[in-house]
Write a new protein. Structure first.
Length: 288
């Protein structure tokens, strides 16, 4: 007769060993140089957009974060605090956004507000966000409740309003940070201090209230769409991919308008005009 195999049920509870727990892997951090950036980003266009020297590269689960470098669009250089690349999102992609980052966080010097450029993970269009502090007149307002007479003009109109997104865990996972709309924790120059916890934010501001816009409207070319309908709307509306230069410009313009509202002043003249909201059937009303 076979003896029963040893099982946890036959071992007294006090003598059982707790199950082994996997220790979270520590993200790999290296100095950002020409020799280390190229093997990680695998794109000369992407490397060329990172302006300056020095900085750090952090890698985890296909996400790459670069700090200590400016970020260049075809129109300007953004004083980036963090630049993220999602390697999986660009696999086999030969579209117009090749070489662009998937998230760029910076503080706009003119307005003093934090700004974010962020790419949608599935459809790959870009969006822009501006965070205002608690003393702003619009802090806590829903985007669709902002009075039209304030005259906020941004691509497609405001589509986002929310307080800082705090991470779901105390572990600073890059995959969370690469998609989170919240502050970057920055210590006064020249030292950069990465997030230690998912709830870190700039102490002087507290939780910001973020307003944002997206570039996935009827008049926008969305790279992640499997196909673009050739129907009447497509023939009437010339779809255009809104690249990082365009989105950075719109984000800075939104920051300037929000600053003017806070100061009770007229908004400064815009650099270029976005397509009118009335052109987008998804917002109702069709064409004006």
């Amino acid at each position: 007769m076979k003896k029963p195999g040893k099982s946890s049920a036959l071992v007294p509870a006090g003598q059982r060993k707790p199950p082994a727990t996997r220790k979270a892997a520590t993200p790999a951090i290296v100095c950002a140089t020409a020799d280390t950036l190229m093997p990680v980003l695998r794109s000369e266009l992407a490397v060329a957009k990172l302006i300056g020297a020095g900085g750090e590269i952090t890698r985890e689960d296909g996400i790459v974060r670069v700090t200590g470098r400016g970020y260049a669009t075809r129109e300007c250089v953004v004083p980036a605090e963090e630049v993220f690349y999602d390697r999986a999102a660009h696999r086999g992609d030969e579209g117009a956004h090749l070489g662009e980052a998937d998230k760029v966080s910076w503080r706009d010097e003119a307005s003093g507000y934090d700004c974010i450029l962020l790419r949608d993970k599935n459809r790959h269009f870009l969006s822009g966000y501006v965070g205002v502090s608690r003393d702003h007149p619009l802090w806590g307002w829903e985007h669709d409740a902002v009075p039209p007479d304030l005259g906020i003009e941004v691509h497609g109109g405001l589509t986002y309003s929310r307080v800082c997104q705090h991470g779901p865990s105390p572990s600073p996972r890059l995959i969370v940070e690469a998609a989170r709309i919240c502050h970057v924790r920055v210590v006064p120059p020249p030292k950069f201090e990465p997030l230690r916890h998912a709830t870190d934010y700039r102490v002087e501001d507290g939780d910001a209230w973020w307003f944002g816009f997206s570039c996935n409207h009827a008049f926008d070319l969305v790279p992640g769409d499997a196909r673009h309908s050739p129907g009447p709307a497509a023939s009437e509306l010339a779809r255009t991919y809104r690249d990082d230069a365009y989105v950075v410009r719109e984000t800075i313009a939104l920051a300037a308008q929000l600053r003017a509202i806070a100061d009770g002043k007229e908004a400064p003249p815009r650099d270029g005009s976005p397509p009118p909201v009335g052109l987008d059937p998804s917002r109702g009303g069709g064409r004006d």
